[in-house]
Design a protein around this ligand. Structure first.
Ligand SMILES: C[S@@+](CC[C@H](N)C(=O)[O-])C[C@H]1O[C@@H](n2cnc3c(N)ncnc32)[C@H](O)[C@@H]1O
Length: 229
């Protein structure tokens, strides 16, 4: 695991970009709806400019098909949501749902989260959710795991002082490595207590990914973090 607060080493990514199967509707959504809902990247713009209001902003990283983000954005119209997912068919699926429901409180990005975090203004996020980051189970691939020191340093910069980070993983040794990383990463507080798991958040949807993990008999580890300043 990288112990530094530097960006990940060049070329080491937490994902492999595979377009995979994409439906005609998803492809059309990416063409027609992505320009409408994409997170603007002009320097100097703030989330309040993108949404036309200063409502609390929640970031979900690796939204998959967007099930959790869609339900939350629909249930909490007084919050704004930013979905970041490199798998474009998943973003296409989410775009179809938010357009059909007429949601105005969602923006999306298909960029690597490290690029997105670097573009966000300081302390702008009320919540950051990372549910079931890619497990990279082989030891030689652990360097690809997203939740390491560089991620925590970048996330801390953009989290509001009253903000929260929610994490869930079904991989035991990933959960252990997150705890180790937090123990040495400056400026974080584990709200369940040092070394402890948090209860499952009520608002987290049971995605297909989590259902499969449960069916395979794996335990789910939840974490709830805040800035420790
Ligand atoms: C295992 S899936 C979980 C999806 C969803 N959160 C769920 O619970 O069903 C992890 C997702 O994270 C995305 N991802 C991985 N690294 C990423 C990165 N650096 N930036 C944005 N998305 C990333 C992957 O494309 C993948 O869809």
């Amino acid at each position: 695991m990288s112990e530094s607060g530097n960006p990940p080493r060049r070329g080491i990514r937490s994902f492999v970009r595979r377009e995979g199967r994409i439906t005609t509707a998803q492809a059309r959504a990416l063409e027609e709806l992505l320009p409408v809902f994409a997170m603007p990247v002009q320097p100097g713009t703030t989330p309040a400019d993108w949404f036309g209001n200063g409502n609390p902003l929640c970031l979900e990283i690796g939204t998959g098909n967007g099930e959790n983000l869609y339900v939350n954005a629909r249930t909490h119209p007084a919050n704004n949501y930013l979905a970041v997912e490199v798998h474009r068919p998943g973003i296409g699926q989410l775009l179809l749902q938010i357009a059909a429901a007429g949601l105005q409180n969602v923006r999306v990005s298909t960029a690597d989260i490290h690029e997105v975090l670097a573009q966000l203004p300081e302390s702008c996020l009320q919540e950051v959710c990372i549910f079931f980051p890619d497990p990279w189970p082989k030891t030689r691939h652990h360097k690809r795991r997203l939740l390491q020191a560089p991620f925590f340093a970048a996330a801390r910069r953009v989290l509001a002082s009253s903000g929260r980070v929610r994490i869930a993983t079904d991989i035991d040794d990933y959960a252990e490595s997150i705890l180790e990383c937090l123990a040495s990463a400056p400026g974080w507080r584990n709200l369940a207590g040092p070394g402890r798991r948090a209860p499952r958040p009520r608002g987290r949807c049971l995605t297909r990914f989590e259902r499969r993990a449960l069916e395979a008999g794996r335990s789910i580890h939840d974490f709830l973090l805040a800035r420790g300043d």
